[in-house]
Design a protein around this ligand. Structure first.
Ligand SMILES: Cc1ncc(COP(=O)(O)O)c(C=O)c1O
Length: 460
């Protein structure tokens, strides 16, 4: 069996002026197609996490590449204060048609953090325009992830990322994310859902309702919680509480949106319509940097009337990115990829859940559609995390990478301890490819169990 450290050796020998998060090096990408990626040495990888839950329609999709090539030959960039462009207009219209009724005013950006910043700034300007200047606090959940720019970071609940910048941020109130799978009370799911939702009401009262601008949440959790899904009762109760206090409900669908959970928005599973939505990642599926904020007329018009939305990004709504986004939307619809995400997601979730028989250290499998994760624990009864020093979240990813499978991991409990792994292949994944993922993942888990001295049943 290959030594996983070889992957890094290969990279470390190659000098680089670049730096990102740490010292880890990876091979150079050569090409990618469908659910597979090849490095320059010809080694093939299964993109089991769609990058960072981005490449939702798979790589090198001909429809998208053709649309981008065609747009490139006309105009790649036209500054929005100088020209309107047809791809942006068409994308806005197509997007409005798939979003819940009323969310039909679109503002384009180039990424998820930008989308979140836009949401909170629109909310703030709406409050100012409607005579509610005291409203400035945005309540968020812990754990939660909303982006790396300082405004989005202030909403993020993931300590390793927020702590160094704490003195530079205006701290925003947090309530616990609905981690019901950790609870050992005798409440049923509905009561638990309401219990977590009611924490929002208590926090709004504690802060003073007239000071609270918005509540932001990921309807299906992403990197920080590992695909956390709340009980059904949570979602409508949150909507009720926001309405009762004049607090705007922002759904961060940067990861969960654009069909990944089997519906266009994850919030659609519960029929809850937020006031503002942030989209990115799968929206242009890795073909171009693109994101969007969607809001209703009733929020946008007062802001425009009061002098305009004081916010924007140079690359926003550029014709090339919008042509890519439009082709991605068309591909999702034409190929029925949301249905495939629902069907393949159910299959993959069942297969991951099956791993719990073999590995007692898998404590939970969760998610919706193809936004799925499993969490490792020391003890399934208490859900105590594995010893931190094992660095399971890092090690298992390396072992999977060595097997040719890319998965995405984070620490579960606010970034401090716990280990979860997102298994989120592109929405084009087939049954056979799910079996390939499972075979590679099982080999990686066996190796991890052996290394860490954890129990694992023998393969049948
Ligand atoms: C829910 C959520 N919001 C916002 C972001 C930030 O997006 P970006 O990294 O594109 O700025 C992410 C990225 O992982 C995310 O998952």
């Amino acid at each position: 069996m290959a030594d996983p450290s070889r992957v890094h050796d290969e990279g470390e020998r190659r000098p680089s002026h670049l730096f990102y998060q740490g010292r880890q090096r990876r091979p150079l990408i050569d090409r990618a197609e469908g659910v597979y990626m090849w490095d320059v040495h010809g080694r093939c990888y299964m993109d089991g996490s769609s990058g960072a839950m981005v490449s939702n329609i798979g790589h090198s999709n001909p429809r998208v590449l053709d649309a981008m090539r065609a747009q490139m030959q006309r105009a790649t960039f036209a500054y929005r204060l100088h020209f309107e462009n047809e791809p942006a207009e068409r994308l806005a219209a197509e997007l409005a048609a798939v979003l819940p009724a009323g969310l039909d005013r679109l503002f384009f950006v180039s990424g998820g953090s930008e989308a979140v910043e836009s949401c909170i700034k629109l909310a703030r300007q709406y409050a100012l325009a409607t005579g509610e200047a005291a409203r400035s606090k945005v309540i968020a959940r812990f754990p939660g992830y909303h982006g790396s720019t300082l405004g989005a970071l202030a909403l993020t609940g993931y300590e390793p990322l927020t702590e160094p910048f704490a003195p530079m941020l205006r701290a925003m109130p947090k309530i616990p994310a609905p981690t019901c799978y950790l609870d050992r009370d005798d409440l049923d799911a509905a009561a638990r859902g309401r219990r977590y939702a009611d924490m929002l009401e208590r926090e709004i009262r504690r802060q003073g309702p007239e000071t609270v601008l918005a509540f932001i949440m990921e309807p299906v959790g992403g990197a920080s919680t590992g695909a956390l899904v709340a009980p059904d009762a949570y979602y409508p109760r949150i909507r009720e509480i926001c309405d009762a206090h004049g607090v705007l409900l922002i759904h961060d669908e940067v990861m969960s949106g654009a069909g990944r959970t089997g519906r266009f928005l994850a919030g659609d599973h519960w029929g809850v319509v937020p006031d503002i939505v942030a989209l990115s990642k799968g929206f242009a599926a890795g073909y171009a940097p693109l994101g969007a904020m969607a809001a209703p007329e009733r929020l946008v018009e007062p802001v425009l009337e009061a002098g305009g939305f004081l916010h924007g990004y140079t690359y926003a709504g550029n014709p090339l990115a919008c042509a890519a986004g439009l082709a991605v939307l068309e591909e999702i619809e034409a190929e029925g990829l949301m249905d495939n995400a629902a069907r393949m997601g159910a299959l993959l979730k069942a297969r991951l859940t099956g791993l719990m028989d073999r590995y007692p250290f898998i404590g939970d499998v969760r998610g919706h559609g193809l936004l799925l994760a499993f969490e490792l624990v020391a003890d399934r009864e208490t859900m105590a995390p594995l010893p931190k020093a094992l660095n399971a979240y890092d090690r298992l990813v390396e072992l999977a990478y060595d097997e040719g499978l890319i998965v995405y991991s984070r620490r579960t409990r606010g970034g401090l301890e716990g280990d979860h792994f997102l298994v989120c292949p592109p929405m084009i994944v087939t049954e056979d490819q799910i079996e390939e993922i499972m075979a590679m993942l099982t080999r990686a888990l066996d190796r991890f169990a052996a290394e860490a001295g954890l129990p694992a049943e023998k393969a049948a």
